[in-house]
Ligand binder design. Structure first.
Ligand code: PLP
Length: 409
């Protein structure tokens, strides 16, 4: 552990945001589930792009246009490798996880679903993996069904199997809950869904910063994630889709770049993945994501996982030692997230006190209102950990929670 602590102490130094104080206190940033801080290498890459490479892509008009296009398509190649997709053609660039789910729902959904069909999700989904399916269901006359969770926050596999039927045409589930921390068994759920004849979309928002993902090994049909939860820029993300499926899907939005030929009467469309990327893309988002992928690979997922699991264990034990603290989600396979409440205190009041102590957490429903209803609470306080956190951050959290308890109870 000594060794890991030394490695991650150096990683921490790469994050300029952590050099500042908030409310006169040292900042303990424990809100990485909402968005991760950005390392210097990502910030520098985006600055370099705007300083020296600004040009539109895919126009082939001049030198800088070629540089920008190479940066943009280089990022696609890097994402394909990152997910172990079989080719860059399987990577569509979008604004993030939410847009990725909407893209699949509004394209594949209209060829893959008809009235009477079902979409199976889980009770622990983020609204971004619920609402797009409800909108699709309403449009085509299908139904959204949700598999339940167990008391410890794991997916209720028996309920999942029970709700999976010949009516299920797509199963959309999170790889890692942004509230409970629960990591689902992506490979098993995908196999069960395929055995039932359904396609699979995985919400990878919270998993991509934790472990390395292999979409060919998992065999999922679609996988979506956001760059900003992986040390990259806001407003950018990717959809992986199996090429054979992408080729059957109608376009998502119409406009420039997604076309082959346009006449006033009719348009023919570009090949995949460009067919799904209308208009000028978020080029600096792509090069920033590429730099973020390089950043995690430089550290290595084996080390990231080992370090984050040590932080999670430390935080869980310390928080549970405070009287009246209840943790939501104790799955055996968990990401570095601890959601909790102080019994008798409102989560927002706790969050505010923590903020005054320089401890940045999220307090609320975390865009998971159905899960809050299942847990029987209006919200929770969520501490989410990342590569730049250390035991001092957790000690600051624990001290602030103990203070909040004294003030509020
Ligand atoms: N899914 C999960 C599990 C999330 O945690 C989030 C963001 O918090 C999303 C989806 C939505 O991601 P974005 O807002 O980047 O589209």
């Amino acid at each position: 552990m000594e060794n890991l602590n030394a490695i991650f102490a150096r990683v921490r130094e790469e994050f300029p945001a952590l050099t500042q104080k908030v409310h006169g206190k040292k900042l303990s940033y424990l809100d990485s589930g909402a968005t991760t801080l950005k390392p210097r290498s990502v910030i520098d890459r985006i600055t370099h792009f705007y300083s020296y490479e600004t040009s539109n892509v895919h126009r082939g008009a001049h030198y800088l246009g070629d540089v920008a296009t190479q940066g943009f398509e280089g990022a696609r190649h890097s994402v394909a490798k990152f997910l172990n997709a079989s080719s860059s053609d399987e990577i569509i660039f979008v604004r993030g996880t939410t847009e990725g789910v909407n893209l699949v729902a509004q394209t594949w959904g209209h060829v893959g679903l008809k009235a009477g069909d079902e979409i199976l999700i889980t009770e622990m989904e983020h609204h971004g993996n619920i609402v797009p399916w409800q909108m699709l269901a309403e449009q085509v006359g299908a139904k959204v069904v949700a598999a339940g969770i167990l008391e410890n926050g794991e997916l209720d596999l028996e309920d999942f199997k029970k709700k999976l039927s010949s009516k299920t045409k797509i199963v959309a589930f999170t790889a890692s809950s942004n509230v409970l921390g629960t990591n689902t068994d992506m490979k098993l759920l995908t196999r069960l869904a395929h055995d039932a004849g359904a396609k699979v979309l995985i919400d990878g928002a919270q998993i991509v910063s934790q472990i390395s993902v292999d979409v060919q090994d998992i065999d999922c049909d679609f996988f979506v994630f956001s760059a900003h939860k992986l040390f990259g820029p806001f407003g950018f993300g990717a959809v992986f889709g199996k090429k054979a499926l992408l080729e059957q899907m109608p376009p998502y939005q119409g406009g420039g770049s997604m076309i082959a030929k346009v006449t006033i009467e009719k348009t023919t469309y570009n090949d995949v993945p460009f067919r799904f990327e209308a208009g000028t893309p978020h080029v600096e988002g792509a090069v920033g994501l590429h730099a973020a992928i390089d950043f995690v690979h430089r550290i290595g997922f084996d080390k990231i996982h080992a370090y984050e699991m040590d932080l999670l264990k430390y935080a869980t034990e310390k928080l549970l030692a405070i009287p009246d603290v209840k943790i939501y989600g104790m799955a055996a396979n968990k990401g570095p997230i601890v959601s909790f409440n102080i019994k008798g205190a409102h989560h927002s009041d706790v969050g505010q006190i923590l903020d005054q102590e320089g401890v940045a957490v999220r307090a609320g429903h975390h865009c998971t209102q159905p899960l809050m209803a299942r847990l029987g609470v209006p919200g929770t306080v969520r501490a989410s950990l990342s590569v730049y956190n250390n035991h001092d951050d957790i000690d600051a959290l624990v001290k602030a929670v103990a203070k909040a308890r004294e003030m509020l109870l």
